[in-house]
Design a protein around this ligand. Structure first.
Ligand code: HEM
Length: 159
């Protein structure tokens, strides 16, 4: 259960927790689908551009906005009086890092990857290097989200 902080309407708080978990669940689930789309595109190069553009559309217009809404609802829970335990500070730190990488690195990298694919094709070394880097960055962000969820569920006593 998610007891509401003192003086806060339990219905309102539970609704906030529901939205928080739902939007971060949708974002994490969509992120996990990127690997499938990209692998299908690699197996069938004629559809690679379509697959990468699909991943970029999902990332820009659904996954990242869901993560932002997740951050906002999380902040609202804290402003309503939810105590911030050590694990939650670590989770918030990892969230800020993941969002900085998402907007500062992954989004522009994916744009360059799509442009380079269109210009040079899937077999060109420049495209291959960009594809490798964006897969590595994508995997790193995935690991950050898994650690955040684990911190939230296990609530380890850190300090
Ligand atoms: C990738 C980002 C995030 C994910 C996947 C995530 C996921 C979750 C999950 C699954 C829970 C429920 C845990 C449980 O049932 O005990 C939770 C609770 C919570 N999250 Fe997040 N969260 C994220 C980011 C944030 C951020 C950025 C904040 C704060 C700014 C935040 C604040 C909270 C709070 C306060 C709770 C406790 C709700 C309660 O039990 O009363 N979360 N989060």
């Amino acid at each position: 259960m998610h007891p509401a902080p003192p003086g806060v309407s339990p219905i309102l708080y539970t609704l906030l927790v529901f939205v928080h978990i739902f939007v971060t669940m949708v974002a994490a689930g969509l992120n996990a689908s990127y690997v499938i789309w990209i692998m299908r595109g690699v197996k069938n190069p004629a559809s690679l551009s379509f697959a990468l553009r699909g991943v970029k559309f999902i990332d820009d217009y659904v996954a990242n906005p869901c993560y932002l809404l997740g951050g906002l609802t999380g902040l609202l829970m804290i402003l309503m009086g939810k105590p911030v335990a050590a694990f939650l500070w670590v989770a918030i730190g990892l969230y800020v890092l993941a969002m900085a990488i998402a907007y500062g690195v992954y989004t522009p990298l994916l744009s360059r990857q799509i442009k380079t694919l269109d210009a040079l094709g899937p077999d060109h070394p420049d495209y291959q290097a960009l594809a490798r880097r964006s897969n590595q960055i994508g995997a790193a962000m995935g690991i950050l989200v898994v650690i955040i969820v684990a911190l939230k569920i296990f609530e380890p006593p850190l300090w």
